[in-house]
Design a protein around this ligand. Structure first.
Ligand code: KG4
Ligand code: ZN
Length: 358
């Protein structure tokens, strides 16, 4: 099975070709990602209108390049997958409409993939992780602990009540004048800072439910910074290190609660899987590794390029769904909001498949 995957939900335009074998193993044949970071840098964050226009400008070229690098032709694809949400609606429309056109012209099924489901299933492409596993998804827009029980069967165990972890990193970077994107820059500063210099809170610590709250931490950091302005280079490094340490501690505590909830409801997970851009952070990865050991499970983290947004994860989720006969009609609407728990395992009526096999 060969699937072309298209990702345009945020500030990365991406296309990839992934192969799925009958035994369930997958292989990436090409994976092209073009980041729009430069277009948005001057604004300190992603500007939706600029993002949508940038996707329009490059998507067709990117798809051609992904096909070219894969050594396969468009006519050889078994299905065309695109992220149909959640995300910035202008960008989602660009990717999904392109996928519909390619599916229609090629007379192959469309798979409208949930972007979060794609993050959730990536560990099966890279490491063949069997169900059920515990997913920690932390990106710029999401911070969730999810029981991944099957393709299309997700149970939310914990969620952030305010900011996402990546968002907290980005806001911290902005506050400290480190620019955009924030996560990697805060991590770099933290390496030469003192994580114990500022006493920042660890919100929600010790609670039985597995939810997160990060806005209090952000406010506490701002107050500390305001207390000592003007900030020296060392102050910036120490604030970064203290912030990152607080996040690491919060993740440890909240995930421990999440894993306990998982065990109570579904038995032991096959693995703790981390996904989303925040999983690229080395200090967080080290802590996740310790936590997995402590909780008697193993940690699986896809390589950084597959943790951040990419086309291969969309193609792979498309292939997993296609293997189960889960395809989508050409009328499928793009969705700005689309919680993972609402992703279903419903089969498209056969009449629809006939419709595009004209
Ligand atoms: O998954 P992703 O590429 O895009 C979505 O948000 O869907 O995640 C991007 C987020 C940003 O908020 C970025 O600051 C954060 O992940 N991030 C990091 C690191 N690299 C990226 N956060 C902490 N440390 C990092 N090294
Ligand atoms: Zn993402």
């Amino acid at each position: 099975m060969l699937v072309l995957g298209i990702e345009t939900t945020c500030d990365e335009t991406a296309a990839a070709v992934v192969e799925r074998h009958e035994d369930g193993r997958g292989r990436i044949l090409s994976n092209i990602v073009l980041s729009q970071t430069n277009e948005h840098a001057a604004f300190g964050g992603v500007v939706p209108e600029i993002a949508a226009r940038a996707h329009v400008e490059v998507l067709d070229l990117l798809i051609a390049k992904a096909l070219d690098e894969s050594g396969r032709r468009l006519e050889m694809m078994t299905g065309i997958a695109a992220a149909a949400g959640p995300g910035l609606i202008g960008g989602v429309i660009v990717g999904l409409t392109t996928a519909k056109a390619l599916a229609l012209v090629n007379k192959v099924p469309l798979i409208a993939v949930n972007h979060l489901e794609a993050h959730a299933l990536t560990a099966r492409l890279t490491d063949g992780v069997p169900f059920p596993y515990c997913l920690f998804l932390a990106s710029g827009g999401h911070t969730q602990i999810v029981a991944v029980r099957d393709v299309g069967d997700y149970v939310l165990l914990g969620n952030t009540m305010d900011d996402a972890i990546g968002e907290a990193f980005d806001k911290t970077a902005k506050l400290l004048g480190l620019g955009y994107p924030g996560g990697p820059r805060v991590e770099r500063e933290a390496e030469r800072g003192d994580p114990a210099r500022f006493a920042l809170p660890r919100p929600m610590r010790g609670r039985e439910e597995a939810d997160f709250s990060l806005s209090g931490l952000k406010t506490a950091l701002r107050l500390e910074a305001e207390r000592i302005v003007p900030l020296s280079d060392q102050d910036v490094a120490d604030l970064s290190a203290s912030f990152q340490q607080a996040v690491v501690d919060v993740i440890h505590d909240r995930l421990k609660a999440g894993l306990a909830l998982f065990r109570g409801r579904f038995g032991p997970p096959t693995a703790l899987v981390a996904a989303g851009g925040v999983a690229a952070n080395q200090a967080i990865r080290r802590q996740l590794h310790r936590l997995a050991l402590e909780c008697g499970t193993v940690l699986v983290v896809p390589p950084p390029a597959l943790c951040t947004d990419n086309g291969a994860m969309i193609a792979w989720a498309g292939a997993e769904r296609l293997a189960l006969g889960l395809t989508d009609p050409l009328e499928t609407a793009p969705r700005a909001r689309w919680p993972l728990e609402e992703v279903s395992k419903t089969r498209t009526p056969a009449s629809y498949l006939e419709l595009y096999r004209l």
